[in-house]
Design a protein around this ligand. Structure first.
Ligand code: KIV
Ligand code: NA
Length: 274
């Protein structure tokens, strides 16, 4: 299987919708690659889905490198984009250093960062140094304190205009794709039709150039779901049933049975015993 390249990603604008899925570890990455997703995103959502934090704010660069390395080992043939976490791109120099770690230590194919015009110097530095950059606008979880919670964004004329401008500016500055999260479907469609790079929606309706979903939301592994998430399997329930059954069979001495035990020939056992 051939890994998607940045130019191919751009060329898929307006074509068959791109399928992005997050992954955080080796088995998750193997499954995503086997299911032939176009792009794996190692999201800083690892903070809430795997690390047990209440938001993505506590996630560190070391966390991202650690998880991205596992994902790369599980999915060597899939384009892997890795999130730059909170405060890891406050200046172009710091961003270069941190994006460099993701590219060189974890073998990322590109990085994603949240924000518009205010992070242009950072975007420029990364693009100038040949690091593929994915943008992220709308509901940007690293801005939880400014937003006052996870709220749908771009619902007023002014906010829509600001988002459209940010998308245009990011596209002009060389991003390879743009994630649009938590915005009205019409706004996402308008942005999609306004810029030449693929838009990847999550909670942004069905008119974007692709969709991204959090692994745990996709499979029904989460304990609660945002409105936009649709579980396509019920893995949490299956896991709970499995553990409960294991517990029952151990307490009732049904497990392990003959077929799950090792045996010694009678002759050897007699010899030992006498
Ligand atoms: O961290 C993440 O998983 C993301 C996606 C939801 C876009 O940024
Ligand atoms: Na993220």
């Amino acid at each position: 299987k051939e890994k998607l390249t940045a130019p191919e990603l751009r060329r898929q604008k307006g074509g068959t919708p791109l399928v992005w899925l997050t992954a955080y570890d080796f088995p998750g990455a193997q499954l995503a690659e086997e299911a032939d997703v176009d792009v794996i995103l190692v999201g800083d959502s690892v903070g809430t889905t795997v690390l047990g934090y209440p938001s993505t704010i506590p996630v560190t660069m070391d966390d991202m490198v650690y998880h991205a390395k596992m994902v790369r080992r599980g999915a060597p043939h899939t384009m892997m984009i890795v999130d730059l976490p909170f405060l890891s791109y406050v200046t172009p120099e710091i961003a270069l250093q941190n994006a460099g770690r993701l590219m060189q230590e974890a073998l990322a194919d590109g990085v994603k960062l949240e924000g518009g015009r205010s992070i242009l110097p950072v975007i420029d530095a990364l693009v100038q140094h040949e690091i593929p950059v994915v943008g992220h606008l709308g509901l940007t979880p690293q801005s939880i304190h400014r937003m006052g919670g996870y709220r749908v964004q771009a619902r007023t004329a002014d906010a829509i205009e600001a988002l459209v401008d940010d998308a245009q500016v990011l596209a002009d500055h060389g991003i390879i794709a743009l994630v649009l999260e938590g915005i009205p479907d019409r706004v996402a469609q308008y942005v999609t039709e306004s810029i030449p790079v693929p838009t990847i929606g999550i909670g942004a309706g069905h008119q974007t150039d692709g969709q991204v979903l959090v692994f745990h939301d996709c499979l029904g592994l989460s304990s609660s779901y945002p409105k936009f998430a649709k579980p396509f399997a019920h893995v949490r329930q299956a896991m709970l049933e499995g553990i409960t059954q294991y517990r029952r069979e151990v307490t009732e001495r049904q497990f392990p049975d003959e077929t799950h035990s090792y045996h010694v020939p009678d002759k050897e056992w007699q010899e030992f015993w006498h």
